[in-house]
Design a protein around this ligand. Structure first.
Ligand code: 0RA
Length: 659
């Protein structure tokens, strides 16, 4: 037997109370209130279990002990995560009088306390550790290769089935964890490989030189080989930012990505930034803290912005490049067409904000600013041609911003002039409580008319939109406010755009409807219009998506009829089922009506199938990953037709079902 003893360092005196409380908190607490530990018990929480285990392997890799991480979705929807790290220590734990492995697997928050020299950087958004995964699994099996031996232990809902035991010898080292999520806790137990893939790919970019693979044993090709993908990035976030722009068909303005990395020894904060300018008008900044996408930003993003503004401004002034600009240059102007990845590793991150994805640690701001500024100053001195190109773009951005502000003020002024500020085409609802009200954005005046007849006017408002709305991805900002359909959306919703301090900020406290429902035809044109509307919302009213206000209506595709009996079908499978059920298998006695447009339904049918909250299905639009959402919108609305067509035809990926 191994004689190794792992000593847990004493907690600092000041923290003693909090620390002992954590240990007292048993795994039973996790099963009682799972959402408190892993966010939710839906699809997100289910996938979070995988991230929680993978994060531990990533920590091993960041400590320099692990090169390969393999994730397998097994046929029974259990998950196996295997790494070639040091292996979880298996020796007797001096205080607990049981194996350290058992302590790591069964005591909340125990994972990080073993290794005082390396802080845990990943640890997930909730950072709850692998014992939580154990608590939420009907069964978990851990295998450790370490010190020439193989050890194992199994658990049921977190309780060990037997003490850690030795089962063989091996010259390798590493940890393998297989777990079976408890389907009496989770709403669904079915894993989605795309969700895992996009997170694993992101992790491979954020933590360069780790090979991360995913295998899905549920999906085999004709030769019986399972679906498998491997992610590895030599260049890390430099390749990440290149990929983000390339996928979105954005052309670089400078030939190579600007990159910096630095470790501040005082605070132990590590900073990495990769940035590049492109010919577009969007700002695409993706920030991460300990591998977590901080969609609300925070002090690291503030430090980044401060550095960009100050360094470019002082360079432009010193070189006399702003003299002919005739407009005041503002901070925003330095970030038009800028794509960047900011990745910081912070020992004790403080997360704030509505979704707890805003970094609060003040010390990080100065570290990011200093690290980036040093590299940017050198870059500008060494690359005068690129420096000039960037500054010229900044000046254009400032001029466009001045034009956009005028256009925006026109939106506000016009809405005041038209009395009450509501667009003439809006059929408003009578209830004034935004929490109860819904606004349907409807494709075309004729479907708009049907919707007006079919709706419940007490809480449902209708705004018909004419034809294709403007593609905001390709238009400059001032053009966007010139567009009548877009102005109507802003004024109907009641949100105000722009404050003197932040001209693009949205004041959503005045939002007049808490559900915004896009209702278009169930064909390719309809999906295109829906994506145009979604793109506009994503770029100009992102907060609405983040708060879960945006939905897509799901009109049926077919009406299956026989005599007086009739049922609706939303897909081909349902249609086939109905033909079986209504026509007893004989589809020639049955009529199938294919709905191509909303206009083919009468008001009653539209209400019954698509608008009545008791019978309809809505898809709620959510942002799982800001980088992925940006990629999709740029791809959909960019110049290249084939990927767009393919995407539209296979349907909106971001949408999840809301009963
Ligand atoms: C505690 C201490 C050490 C490593 C680990 C836990 C560890 C946990 C997991 C979970 C999945 N893979 C893992 N690999 C390692 C440090 C071990 C040492 O000091 O030798």
């Amino acid at each position: 037997m191994s004689t190794e003893t792992t000593v847990i360092p004493e907690a600092p005196k000041a923290n003693y109370g909090a620390d002992s409380i954590q240990v007292l908190e048993g795994l039973e607490a996790v099963r009682k209130r799972p959402a408190m530990y892993i966010g939710d018990i839906g699809i997100k929480g289910l996938h979070h279990l995988v991230y929680e285990v993978v994060d531990n392997s990533i920590d091993e890799a960041l400590a320099g002990h692990c090169k390969n991480i393999n994730v397998t979705i097994n046929e029974d929807n259990s998950i196996t995560v295997e790494d070639d790290g040091r292996g979880i220590p298996t020796g007797m734990h001096s205080k607990e009088n049981r194996s350290a492995l058992e302590v790591v697997m069964t005591v909340l928050h125990a994972g990080g306390k073993f290794d005082k020299d390396s802080y845990k950087v990943s640890g997930g958004l909730h950072g709850v550790g692998v014992s939580c995964v154990n608590a939420l699994s009907t069964k978990l099996h851990v295998t450790v290769k370490r010190d020439g031996k193989i050890f194992e232990q199994e658990y049921a809902t977190g309780a060990p089935l037997y003490p850690v035991r030795e089962i063989g010898t091996s010259a390798d080292h590493g940890t393998t964890i297989q777990f079976w999520p408890d389907t009496s806790i989770f709403i669904t137990g079915i894993y989605n490989k795309e969700i895992l893939e996009s997170r694993l790919r992101e992790l491979a970019y954020l933590n360069r030189r780790i090979t991360i693979s995913i295998t899905d044993l549920r999906e085999k090709d004709e030769n019986g080989n399972p679906y498998s993908k491997t992610y590895y990035s030599e260049g890390g976030i430099v390749e990440f930012v290149e990929m983000v722009d390339k996928n979105a068909n954005r052309l670089p303005l400078i030939p190579r990505v600007i990159y910096c990395e630095g470790l501040d020894t005082g605070s132990n904060v590590n900073v990495e930034v990769a940035m590049v300018y492109n010919a577009g008008y969007q700002e695409n900044i993706f920030s991460y803290v300990n591998n977590i996408n901080t969609i609300e930003g925070g002090t690291h993003v503030a430090g980044f912005r401060r550095s960009i503004t100050r360094v470019f401004k002082s360079y432009g002034e010193k070189e006399g490049l702003f003299e002919k600009a005739k407009v005041a240059i503002e901070g925003d102007d330095f970030r038009e067409g800028l794509s960047a990845i900011i990745s910081v590793k912070v020992p004790e991150p403080q997360f704030e904000g509505q979704t707890k994805t805003k970094l609060g640690n003040n010390e990080v701001m100065g570290v990011v600013d200093a690290t980036l500024s040093r590299v940017l100053e050198a870059y500008l001195e060494e690359n005068p041609k690129e420096a000039k190109t960037i500054i010229q773009k900044v000046i254009l951005a400032a001029q466009a911003r001045a034009a956009a502000r005028k256009a925006r003020e026109m939106v506000q002024r016009k809405s005041v002039l038209t009395g009450g500020g509501l667009p003439g085409k809006l059929a408003d609802c009578s209830d004034k409580d935004p929490g109860k009200c819904e606004l349907f954005l409807v494709e075309g005046d004729s479907a708009g008319g049907t919707a007006k007849q079919g709706r419940d006017r007490s809480f449902q408002a209708i705004l018909p939109l004419r034809g294709k709305i403007l593609n905001v991805e390709k238009a400059m900002e001032h053009k966007i406010y010139d567009n009548e359909e877009i102005r109507n959306m802003f004024t109907a919703l009641g949100v105000k755009i722009g404050t003197p301090e932040d001209p693009k900020a949205l004041d959503i406290s005045k939002l007049r409807y808490h559900k915004l429902i896009i209702m278009t035809d169930a064909d390719v044109d309809g999906s295109h219009i829906a994506t145009l509307i979604l793109t506009f919302i994503f770029r100009y009213m992102k907060e609405l998506v983040e708060q879960g206000n945006v939905y897509i209506a799901q009109p049926p595709l077919y009406l299956v009829k026989k005599g007086k009996e009739q049922e609706y079908a939303w897909n081909d499978e349902e249609r086939k089922g109905l033909v079986q059920q209504i026509g007893q298998g004989k589809d020639d006695s049955v009529t199938i009506q294919r709905y191509k447009g909303l206009g083919e339904m009468n008001a009653e049918q539209l209400w019954e199938t698509t608008m009545n909250p008791l019978t309809r299905t809505l898809k709620q639009v959510t942002i799982e990953s800001a980088a992925e959402a940006d990629r999709v919108f740029s791809m959909l609305m960019g110049d290249e037709v084939p990927p767009r067509r393919e995407f539209i035809e296979t349907h909106a990926k971001y949408a999840k079902i809301d009963a």
